[in-house]
Design a protein around this ligand. Sequence first.
Ligand code: WTA
Length: 654
Amino acid sequence: MSETHASKQIDHVMHEHRLFPPSKEFSNKARISTAEQYQEMYDRAKNDPDGFWGELGRNELHWFKPFDSVYERNGDVATWFGGGQTNLSYNCLDAQIAGGRGDRIAILWEGEPGETLTLTYTELHRQVCKFANVLKSLGINKGDVVSIYMPMTPELAIAMLACARIGAIHSVIFAGFSAEAIADRNQDARAKIQLTADGLWRRGKVLKLKDTVDQALLKSPTVQHCVVLKRIDRECSMQAGRDIWWHEAMESASADCPATPLDSEATSFILYTSGSTGKPKGIRHTTAGYNLWVKKTFEWVFDHRDSDIFWCTADCGWITGHSYVVYGPLSNGATVMMYEGAPNFPAEDRFWSIIERHKVTILYTAPTAIRAFIKWGDQHVDAHDLSSLRLLGTVGEGINPEAWMWYHRKIGGERCPIVDTWWQTETGGILMSPLPGVTATKPGSCTRPLPGVVPMIVDEELQPVEPNHGGMLCISQPWPGMLRGIWGDDERFHEQYWARVPNNYLTGDNARLDRDGYYWIMGRIDDVINVSGHRLSTIEVESALVSHPMVAEAAAVGRPDDIKGQAIAVFVSIKGSGSTAGLADELKAHVRKEIGALAVPDDIRFTSSLPKTRSGKIMRRLLRDIASGKAETSQDTSTLEDYTILAKLRSDEE
Ligand code: WTA
């Protein structure tokens, strides 16, 4: 590392040299099977985006009216397929049926109590048409916002597709958020209707969704109706004139509802994501560009084959569920596994039991889940036959190399490639990922950009950094799936993503490009730890800790230090219930050996769990407050999964 760059770039201290090329057997059958094929696509998308995307756009989507331009730069963002009209729901359903896949299973669902249900493309189409007619009968038109707060049941996907069918804009809110959070989002979006259920099953208990919604609707003046799915058959109050049962409305609804032709740039959905400060922002996505992006990225990254049973474990309340439970897989005619409940109900082997029973071939899950599985122990995995799996994926956070190795060995049987997919709510779909038949993977790296993605890494003075130095990750060229705005807040949109690095989309993540052309995501820009002028990435310190056999999870943050500027404080949860006596010193020595003296933690605290968002990301900003001894947090805690953790962590200090 050159000293002159020390304060502007991010220092890289982690060394990971293991390399895992795909097997010949996998590559031979893969849709993209050679590095040359990838390079050719990549170069064409970069140098001739008009030709590349124009051809894909024409061939891959159904057009009620053909587009007359591929893309046009329009202020910060580009607009795609201008002049054309298509429909997401049509591409996911009607186009599949027209292509002869009507009898294929679209959704293979398992509820937490254990019941299962399958829906073919024809049946899904019928239900979507019916529900679209229900929405219409309740006064929902093109451009109206539909707020969805539902369990992971097929009806959630049906609701989304029904909105898309008539050009209504859905705003899915994860069914674990509070009444306050729903009301905020409903207000911001000016939602016209609420969809919910009487309840949902979570770890064997009933979560009373309708009660929460009733509270939320007291503060959602724009919402006129509420449609309630009977999921658990419990008594719940129904307000006359406002509330309607899903099944009653569906009974009389016609199954005839042609898809509405929608402008390419029509808003398909908004999805609220918590910014690091302030109120959640409604990320706005479009119709044609988004559809093409999720369709192609699903095909490229998951190497989709007709025989696959694809299971993305994300909830539809997150972008991962939108893009890789619903729109990406269905517009490829795939069979999607959908599971309602918790991974540890009735026992910690639920995922492995689902894979074994339904013969899942592709598993796409999050590092937080993988770390939980490791903590729960191998015996839960060993009891099941996972030989149906052929490909694994991760998303949501960086994966620590040792967790990657466990996933590779224990779940993948050393046979399945792992696609570590880096992307964001804002990007619509995957931007960087290995191609499973091509890319030799390195544990902890999301490897290379997909065709159409042109990354750039700059230091704080906006100068491009040299290979192996970390800096701010930007994307230099528009891609079809990118967000088009923050709902109702153009200024925040510009400030947040475009103002700092002109003409580039600022991702908010730091990254490093290694000498082989592989990208390593180094965490959020705001989370960098600055020790004596050396800027360290959280993930590298955490990965060094996780590589110790006793450590299950770790979070590293900076706290103020008079001499060094910042000191490194780490929060560690250990595997099993062993003693932590002497472990702090051992971990310090371990980090010193793994990545060097610079990164040795000053404070180590042991904790049974870490504060996380409801989608499983470690909330380092809360830990920063605790590490620096603040009694109260000044941060927004509304997205915190378990409020009791903060109090527990604070009391551990005494
Ligand atoms: C992080 C989820 C490292 C990153 C699709 C990003 C990752 C944020 C990865 C977006 C990955 C996601 N490696 N970090 N493979 N995937 N992230 O909006 O910080 O929930 O900016 O979208 O998660 O999270 P979001």
